[in-house]
Write a protein that binds this ligand. Structure first.
Ligand code: ZN
Length: 276
């Protein structure tokens, strides 16, 4: 698949395929470059919850806000816990967690909205960003799916929620799986694979997106697992984009929790719809 995340500036990749459908949609992912943070968060760390100087993080966030044309007062950020809670964002939640981690939306790994001029933003360093867009319904969303969120099926839950609560049929929903750690660099043990097998069983999948490389050690393709969950939820294959970027391999562009052994910064997934 042609890479759907295209380098726009030193600090940003844009999801161009969706921008073509409406020039009011802004969706993408940040890189680790072009910011002000010092080692080990050099330089464009956008996570307020790591031990970086919060003033530097806010400076980095302000710079992204200016570039994208969404002031931080219109951002919605979450206190992510690797679970499957999804929150619908309305105007009163605008600004949550944008410059102060304390007022982040608590215990939440998925956000969606139909409101214009709000920017949904979540943090990553290897976990899978999953973007959602229903152009005919002007609905947008984003999820944070590490292995825990993935086996809890946060991707499928977003589709189910839009279907049940918003009357958006899955065939109207487009999804994009963003830059994240690929199977080349993601080795897990039986504990993880047992939970992967449980979720695969729940969707009656006859394909397992992992490979045993040595006794009890497996290369896991979390992007593919999320794709299988989206397909099972009713999203059409032609409407699913998958990034080729591996955050661990691509040291020049991304922070990686695994590669950097936990001491690293965070990239931001962002999606927002402008009024005009
Ligand atoms: Zn890799």
């Amino acid at each position: 698949m042609q890479e759907p995340f295209i380098k726009e500036t030193t600090s940003t990749l844009l999801l161009n395929n969706w921008a073509d459908q409406t020039n009011r949609l802004v969706a993408g992912f940040t890189t680790k470059n072009g910011g002000t943070s010092q080692a080990p968060y050099q330089t464009n760390n956008l996570g307020l919850h790591v031990k970086d100087d919060p003033r530097k993080v806010v400076t980095n966030r302000m710079s992204l806000a200016n570039h994208l044309g969404f002031p931080t007062t219109n951002w919605a950020c979450a206190d992510q816990v690797h679970a499957d809670q999804i929150v619908k964002i309305s105007k009163p939640l605008a600004g949550s967690g944008a410059v102060d981690y304390q007022d982040s939306i608590k215990g939440t790994d998925g956000l969606y909205t139909q409101e214009k001029d709000l920017l949904l933003a979540l943090c990553y360093a290897d976990c899978v960003p999953v973007y959602f867009f229903a152009p005919d319904h002007q609905m947008i969303g984003v999820a944070h799916a590490g292995w825990k969120g993935t086996v809890k099926n946060i991707s499928g839950k977003m589709i189910e929620l839009w279907d049940l609560m918003e009357n958006i049929p899955p065939k109207d929903i487009h999804a994009a799986i963003g830059p994240s750690i690929d199977s080349c660099c993601y080795v897990v043990d039986d504990h993880v694979i047992n939970e992967v097998n449980d979720v695969l069983k729940s969707i009656s999948s006859d394909y397992a997106p992992y490979k045993e490389i040595s006794e009890g050690q497996y290369q896991l393709d979390l992007k593919m697992l999320n794709k299988l969950l989206l397909l099972h939820a009713g999203v059409e294959e032609k409407n699913i984009l998958v990034s080729n970027y591996c955050t661990s391999c691509q040291d020049d562009l991304f922070f990686s929790h695994r590669r950097d052994e936990g001491k690293t910064g965070r990239m931001l997934s962002f999606i927002g719809m402008k009024k005009e």
